[in-house]
Design a protein around this ligand. Structure first.
Ligand code: ADP
Ligand code: ASP
Ligand code: MG
Length: 402
């Protein structure tokens, strides 16, 4: 059996944890399995590297940022290989260049295009544990790219797909996927299983337990994932295509995104094509838009508001300002003190009461809703960031039985 095991930052934060991971992998190896280990940077290394960069140059190029951030994962894999060495187990560390993991050219947010599996297979055939850097790739200029924060999960799934692995296990610092972030909602419950579609929504809407593109890729290639703790033997949560008893579960999770910002384009002429122009401008720059609200204001003019990631605010505002005349806008406003709270559940497709129940919970908690968006399996509200945690708990209490 070929197993891909991914360990996140907390799981390799210090010497003791590195040996703990090595021991867990060694058990698998000794039982005869081929073991591929994917690692993140130790503890808060990536955050510290970003701080260091900002201190030197707040406008550092994305290429150099990737060059810097990729060192975090390289440290972990080398130390892990040394730990296996100390235990007398044959192992080798490889970075994205050595594997070769090809990505698109976009620094800071690259996507995998192709992974060469020959080197990995050769090392496994030599009965070595192969330890691979998460989060990084190589683009067509032979430069290092990174996949976006949390991207090591995606490396693990991409490798599991490329190597046709029998299992893909994501080890982290919680016991599995919960109905909400257990750090914000202590009453949250661990799920035994969840569908790709629901997990993709939750991850995209802020549940950072999995990188959203890892879920997208797992669905595409049919890679069944298990999310579990690196610190205990608890069973964890399986992410797969279909889940038994799905119909009865109205809401499977609540997520919060505190990295949201609201942009308002105010005083637009009420004529066809304006929305197209605004969102086309943003799309061309790869700026993802989520909740959208159009309202008619004074003098038959209209306002269009929408949410984007806080990382994109500067670029979006500059772009809209440059095109203000063409868009017929009077002014552009931005607000980075908002958050999105979402409920996700496949069961809500056939149950009309979910939105009302969510708004009731927020009303009872005295929380003001600023914008709303829905899809077949989710409802998102935009609210003030200061209300977000309280709102999470109120909404969770409403839907998830004790
Ligand atoms: P790693 O470094 O292992 O990748 P992350 O910090 O990226 O770990 O992800 C794990 C964290 O995700 C948990 O510590 C938890 O606070 C957070 N989290 C958010 N939503 C959920 C959820 N629904 N279930 C479990 N954990 C969640
Ligand atoms: N080290 C990277 C980060 O902190 C990637 C990851 O942890 O998955 O975002
Ligand atoms: Mg993570």
């Amino acid at each position: 059996m070929l197993v891909v095991k991914k360990f996140g930052g907390t799981s390799v934060a210090d010497k003791e944890r590195i040996f703990n991971v090595a021991k867990r992998c060694a058990e698998d190896y000794k039982s005869g399995n081929d073991v591929v280990v994917v690692l993140s940077a130790m503890g808060k290394t990536t955050d510290h590297l970003i701080e260091m960069a900002k201190d030197i140059n707040p406008n550092a190029s994305k290429r150099e940022m990737d060059m810097l951030l990729a060192t975090g994962e390289q440290t972990s894999v080398a130390l892990m290989a040394m730990a296996f060495g100390a235990m007398g187990i044959p192992a080798i560390s490889l970075n994205a260049f050595q594997v070769v993991m090809h990505t698109t050219k976009k620094y800071g947010n690259a996507r995998f295009k192709r992974i060469d599996s020959e080197r990995i297979h050769n090392e496994l055939d030599d009965r070595k544990i192969v330890i691979i850097t998460g989060f990084q790739g190589i683009n067509k200029y032979d430069d290092i790219t990174t996949l976006g924060r949390g991207g090591s999960d995606t490396t693990a799934v991409a490798l599991a797909a490329a190597l046709h692995a029998d299992a893909c296990e994501i080890y982290t610092d919680v016991d599995g996927i919960y109905t909400a972030d257990p750090r914000i909602v202590p009453k949250a419950k661990k799920l035994e299983e969840i569908t790709y579609d629901e997990m993709l929504e939750l991850a995209t809407l802020g549940a950072k337990v999995l990188h959203n593109r890892s879920v997208e890729m797992a669905k595409k290639y049919g890679v069944q994932l298990v999310v579990r703790s690196s610190l205990n033997e608890t069973e964890g949560t399986v992410v797969k295509e279909e889940v038994e008893g799905m119909e009865s579960m109205l809401v499977s999770g609540v997520a919060v995104d505190k990295n949201a910002a609201r942009i308002a384009v105010i005083g637009l002429q009420n004529q066809p094509g304006i929305a197209f122009k605004i969102f086309n401008l943003l799309a061309k720059k790869n700026i993802n838009v989520d909740v959208i609200l159009q309202s008619i204001g004074r003098d038959d003019k209209k306002d269009i508001s929408f949410t984007i990631s806080r990382d994109d605010v500067e670029e979006a505002v500059a772009l809209l300002e440059q095109n203000k005349a063409r868009l017929t806008a009077e002014r552009i406003e931005s607000d980075a003190t908002v958050a999105k709270v979402s409920v996700v559940g496949a069961g809500m497709q056939s149950n009309p009461g979910v939105a009302a129940a969510m708004f009731e919970a927020l009303f009872n908690a005295g929380i003001n809703i600023r914008m709303i968006a829905t899809s077949e399996i989710r409802i998102t509200v935009l609210l003030d960031e200061v209300d977000a945690d309280y709102a999470m708990r109120a909404v969770h209490d409403k839907f998830i039985p004790e």
